[in-house]
Structures are given as structure tokens and as C-alpha cells.
Ligand binder design. Structure first.
Ligand SMILES: Nc1ncnc2c1ncn2[C@@H]1O[C@H](COP(=O)(O)OP(=O)(O)OP(=O)(O)O)[C@@H](O)[C@H]1O
Length: 354
């Protein structure tokens, strides 16, 4: 039996917050909730002075969700907005106005989203970013996938970004792409994320305190799903458009639809859908087969009236290139696999979207 986001919220509402006397959801302790098949994760935003009092709440929430049959439960506690700032950004955070703001120097922001994890959103983001850079665009990539930042590995970047003035962060650069990722502030094998500063505050710092320089386009690799991170980003900054990645499977498509609904509600234009792992091409013999079905995304795109931007094959070289730190667009730019990404990038530029 699959457990929905609402089931999880209802279960969490049975747990009291001893500080406010409200239930933990009403008390605003549950942030960035993400519920997927067999897993639930969220961040508890707390005043660090209350950490001891709230630890039993965290433990009770974890136990409750496990009782419901959710195998993987992860609840991370982070410091409240009013808490001391991130150690490497001391003195940096100034109160920000509430409405959406543009990021200085950044002409356009495109979000790459997926309803479901593991469909290849990060692979698509890395390849699109490098393909746009190859076309001469000034490109930034913000890895906002707080649950599993993978862009540093995919773009072959490591080391912690410097903050010479203690206020702004210098991003890193490789393959013509300026990169900032939560993964660069944590160890690659660290389990959850960001301990310390408030998660949403951290994302805002990534947007507004990173010295992006002049960019034609900033690609934001979002976490999977339709959680608070997506909402926060859409509300805090001007997202020019969103690209939704899906595999052709029904379950992935169902979730992609939810993602599209969310962007519609947030008034973010959908640039299109990308079908990933569309066709498997055997790296030995070139034989093609449709492991996850075929054409599902095209049909869905038509139904929803959004463009199908491309169909990316499931090919070993795409994975090994990404794992090796040079996306296929960089490591084999003339391969047919790279060509699909390059065509999407060219179309985005031709349409004035990137
Ligand atoms: N078209 C493809 N062909 C071969 N392998 C692929 C393809 N797309 C993605 N992969 C591989 O599938 C795995 C998952 O991809 P990726 O990390 O991009 O997904 P994701 O949607 O960003 O996942 P999550 O959001 O859960 O981090 C990676 O190992 C990646 O190399």
C-alpha cells in the first residue's frame, strides 16, 4: 500500500510540539516534506536552544512513519532562521524582502524538475548546462537537490567554495559552467544534507549570495517532487520557466503531471517535457529496446498541451560520462546521445528561453 503525502501529514499531526502546544505540523516544524514510494523525508526547522526538547518529537515522528510501513524515514533538524548563520558565511545573511527577487547579473532562471527521484533530472541538467555553454551562452548551474546533490560529481568539481569576504561565496567552474551546490558545502558521502542553517535560508544564500557573475541563464536542478523547496524557489525568485523530466513509465508520468500542476499554480511557464531513458540502446550491438515503454511522455505532453522537448535514450555512455565528471555533451559531443541534448539547448536559445 502506498502512503501519500497527506497520510504522512495526518500522522505527523498526531504528534505534539511541547514548545507551542500545537501539533508539529501546525507549529510549522515540518519543512521540505518529500514523500515517495517507500520513503519519507523532511526537515524540522527549530530554534537551536530547543534542540533537546524537540529531539523526542523528531524521534516520535520517525517512529510513527516507520510504523506506517515507510521503510526509509529521514528527519533532519536544522536551525531556525534566527539562529547563527552558516559558519562559512558569517555576517552574510541580511533580512530579505518577501516577494520574488531577481538574482543580480542573471538574465534567466530555468528550473529542471521531476515528479519522481532517479528519472535523470540531474543528468539532464548537467548536459543541458554544458550544451548551452558549448553554444556560447554564459551558464550557471545551481544544484538545489538538497537530498542528493550530484552535480559536483557530474561536472567533475570538488573542494569547498571560498568566501573571501565572509559574505559572498565564489562558485566553482568546469566545462564552461559556473556551479554552486549544497554538495560542495557537505561531504559527498554525507547522508542527509545541510545541518546547521535553515534549509530554505541555505537555498536563498545559494541564489543571492553566490557571485554568479553575468549569466545568460541559470539552471536550477531541483529536488524531486513538489515539496517546499520548489515552492520556496518559485516564490523567492523569478523563475522564467520549468522543464520537467520523466521516464515513460506510468508512475513517473503521474508524478510529472503533479509537477506540471504545481508550476501552473505558481504561474511558472512550462517550457516542456523531456523523456529520459526513452529507448535502451545496447552499447555493444546498437540494438534498441523500450525498457520503460515508449511514447508515454509524448502522449502526456500532447494531452497537457506542453511541448515534448526531446527523447533521451538510456545508454551506458550517458551514465559513465556523468559518473566520470564530464557529461556526454563534453566527453563525446558528436555522439547521437549528446546530439539530443545539444538540439534541446539550441531550441531553447532559438526560442529566447536560454
Ligand atoms: N539516459 C540515461 N542513460 C543512462 N543512464 C542514465 C540516463 N539518465 C540518467 N542515468 C543514470 O541514472 C542515475 C540517476 O540519474 P540522476 O541522478 O540524473 O537522476 P535524478 O532524477 O536527478 O535523481 P535524484 O533526483 O533522485 O537525485 C544516474 O546514475 C545516471 O547516471
Amino acid at each position: 500500500m502506498s502512503v501519500s503525502r497527506e497520510d504522512v501529514l495526518n500522522a505527523l499531526k498526531t504528534i505534539a510540539d511541547p514548545v507551542s502546544g500545537k501539533d508539529m505540523v501546525e507549529a510549522g516544524l515540518v519543512r521540505a516534506l518529500n514523500v515517495e514510494e517507500g520513503s519519507a523525508r523532511f526537515v524540522m526547522e527549530i530554534d537551536p536552544a530547543k534542540a533537546q526538547v524537540l529531539e523526542p518529537v523528531r524521534a516520535a515522528a520517525e517512529a510513527k512513519l516507520k510504523e506506517m510501513g515507510i521503510d526509509k524515514v529521514s528527519v533532519a533538524m536544522t536551525a531556525h532562521a534566527a539562529a547563527p548563520k552558516a559558519p562559512d558565511l558569517k555576517g552574510a545573511a541580511k533580512p530579505k524582502p518577501q516577494g520574488p527577487q531577481s538574482v543580480p547579473g542573471v538574465a534567466r532562471i530555468i528550473a529542471v524538475a521531476s515528479g519522481k527521484g532517479g528519472v535523470g533530472k540531474s543528468t539532464v541538467s548537467a548536459n543541458l548546462a554544458t550544451a548551452l555553454a558549448a553554444e556560447g551562452r554564459k551558464v550557471g548551474l545551481l544544484d538545489a537537490d538538497v537530498y542528493g546533490p550530484s552535480q559536483p560529481r557530474m561536472l567533475g568539481v570538488s573542494g569547498r567554495p571560498a568566501s573571501p569576504d565572509g559574505k559572498t561565496i565564489l562558485p566553482l567552474r568546469n566545462h564552461g559552467v559556473t556551479l554552486m551546490s549544497l554538495g560542495l558545502m557537505t561531504q559527498e558521502d554525507e547522508a542527509v544534507v545541510w545541518r546547521g542553517p535553515m534549509l530554505m535560508g541555505a537555498l536563498q544564500q545559494m541564489l543571492f549570495q553566490v557571485q554568479w557573475g553575468a549569466l545568460d541563464v541559470l539552471i536550477v536542478d531541483l529536488p524531486p517532487g513538489t515539496g517546499d523547496v520548489q515552492m520556496t524557489l518559485a516564490q523567492k525568485t523569478h523563475l522564467n520557466g520549468a522543464i520537467v523530466v520523466s521516464t515513460p513509465q506510468d508512475v513517473a508520468l503521474l508524478d510529472a503531471r503533479k509537477g506540471i500542476d504545481m508550476f501552473n499554480k505558481l504561474n511558472v511557464p512550462i517550457y516542456g517535457l523531456i523523456e529520459n531513458m526513452s529507448t535502451h540502446i545496447c552499447s555493444n550491438c546498437g540494438h534498441e529496446e523500450h525498457i520503460f515503454g515508449h511514447g508515454g511522455v509524448a502522449k502526456e505532453a500532447q494531452k497537457m498541451g506542453v511541448p515534448l522537448m526531446g527523447e533521451i535514450p538510456l545508454h551506458l555512455d550517458i551514465r559513465t560520462a556523468a559518473d566520470g565528471g564530464a557529461p556526454i555533451v563534453v566527453s563525446a559531443p558528436n555522439s547521437p546521445q549528446a546530439q539530443v541534448f545539444r538540439d534541446i539547448a539550441k531550441k531553447l536559445i532559438a526560442d529566447g528561453q536560454a
